[in-house]
Write a protein that binds this ligand. Structure first.
Ligand SMILES: [Zn+2]
Length: 440
């Protein structure tokens, strides 16, 4: 084994092919030397990942020690606008252990904290505000996805994935010089990594992928080059030029059915097939791309719509639900003992928590039709009539469900209602674990 960037044989280290920060599914291989691993990490990936914190939080990805991802966003509270506020979850905003810091329109520092805390500051000028209807918002700018660091990180991911899939364990200069030079020399080129804006990609990928899933495939384009298409989270697809097409292998790659590799947020991965060419199979495939340097607002708005789905979609897997259910259970017992208020129990209207409470209840209501010999995802698809394991909840549905929960609380039956949902979840979880043990 040699480094796939420089052919050094010693000092190799395990490279995260898809950064841990972007996926639940680990994909690593020791085919990069320490120097080049560190170079790509320090030069591109750290900044690229930092720019995606908001989206990573929405997807429910966590830090390595399981904490929610912090991100910066803007806050509107009545007439007050506070910018660049660091937020990790809604609870941190409503009952901050520490102060929340941001800046106002003039760029002056603004501190948000419970009154008792601010009283400790002598001579401080403060204003009492009601934050019960504070709105967190974030401008989804294209920069995080199209800046130099983003494009080079994507180039690195695509090249390493290509080497991984083909068991390439060295640097083959005459084939991969262009992509490797782009990655290692921070080249400012516009033809290596581009963004796909072709419905022939997005239509079928939306059918066979779900929010949060990273998908990859390779194909030979009619322009004579071989590309890797990397679809980040089922939102934005990048087309990365890897090398010249290999004519001998061309037949294989110009078939309409392509192998699609998917790495999902819950840690699972799969290989499936992907039918990309619709219509005339005789014409060679050319996926159209955007000019990133001249990206218009109109072009970008299509991707904003796709990115918005990250925040209103739940990924219904036992793995992703388990920590949230544990959290709801812990809060429910505090609520029962009078230690916390209803607002805290409902996680200050956090969409994921509210969605999960609803899912638990639907599972409970349908408990007699739950088939324990089938997998959780199969059952979820039957009960919720879904094509995959993602469920979306819009603002209106959320509001209605919140009213329902408040009503149940007034009637004094909310605690039992939630306990029923939690208990059926644990029953399912335990059953699935036992089944998996049987497999081992
Ligand atoms: Zn190297």
């Amino acid at each position: 084994m040699k480094c796939i960037y420089c052919n050094v044989e010693n000092d190799l280290t395990s490279s995260d092919i898809i950064s841990y920060a972007l996926t639940g599914a680990k994909l690593t291989k020791s085919f990069v030397c320490k120097q080049h691993n560190q170079y790509t990490n320090d030069t591109y990936e750290k900044k690229f990942i930092a720019g995606l914190d908001f989206y990573r939080n929405m997807l429910g990805l966590t830090t390595r020690d399981g904490k929610p991802i912090q991100y910066t966003a803007d806050l509107t509270i009545g007439d007050l606008e506070i910018h660049d506020v660091k937020i990790s979850d809604r609870q941190a905003l409503y009952s901050p252990k520490d102060v929340v810091v941001g800046r106002d329109e003039q760029g002056k520092k603004v501190i948000l904290a419970p009154q008792q805390r601010l009283e400790k500051f002598k001579n401080a000028n403060y204003e009492i505000i009601d934050i019960s209807d504070a709105m967190i918002h974030k401008t989804m700018s294209s920069d995080s996805f199209t800046n130099n660091e983003a494009l080079h990180s994507i180039g690195k991911i695509a090249y390493e994935w290509y080497c991984y899939i083909h068991c390439i364990e060295e640097y083959i200069e005459n084939k991969y010089e262009e992509i490797v030079s782009y990655i290692l020399n921070n080249e400012n080129r516009e033809d290596i990594v581009t963004i796909v804006n072709d419905g022939r990609h997005y239509t079928p990928i939306d059918y066979c992928s779900e929010i949060g899933t990273n998908s990859f495939y390779e194909y030979d384009d009619s322009d004579g080059y071989r590309y890797v298409v990397f679809d980040l989270w089922n939102t934005i697809a990048y087309k990365v030029r890897i090398c010249k097409s290999d004519l001998a292998a061309k037949i294989k790659y110009s078939k309409p059915v392509i192998a699609l590799y998917q790495y999902r947020i819950d840690g699972s991965s799969r290989e499936t097939i992907f039918a990309i060419c619709q219509g005339d199979f005789n014409t060679e495939l050319h996926l159209s791309t955007l000019n990133i340097k001249k990206l218009t607002l109109e072009e970008w708005s299509v991707f904003v719509k796709r990115l918005e789905k990250l925040g209103s979609t739940f990924i219904l897997t036992l793995r992703s639900m388990f920590p949230k259910v544990r959290n709801i259970e812990a809060n429910l017992s505090k609520f029962e003992n009078g230690q916390i208020e209803l607002a805290h129990l409902l996680d200050f209207e956090d969409s994921t928590t509210i969605g999960i409470i609803q899912v638990l209840n639907i599972l409970y209501e349908n408990r007699t039709s739950y088939n324990f010999s089938e997998s959780f995802s199969k059952n979820i698809q039957n009960i919720f009539a879904l094509n995959d394991t993602t469920l979306a909840m819009n603002q209106e549905q959320k509001r209605n469900f919140l009213l329902e929960l408040k009503q149940l609380n007034q009637e004094g039956i909310l605690i039992d209602y939630m306990k029923n949902g939690i208990s059926i979840f644990y029953q399912i979880y335990q059953n699935e674990q036992e089944k998996n043990e049987d497999l081992l």
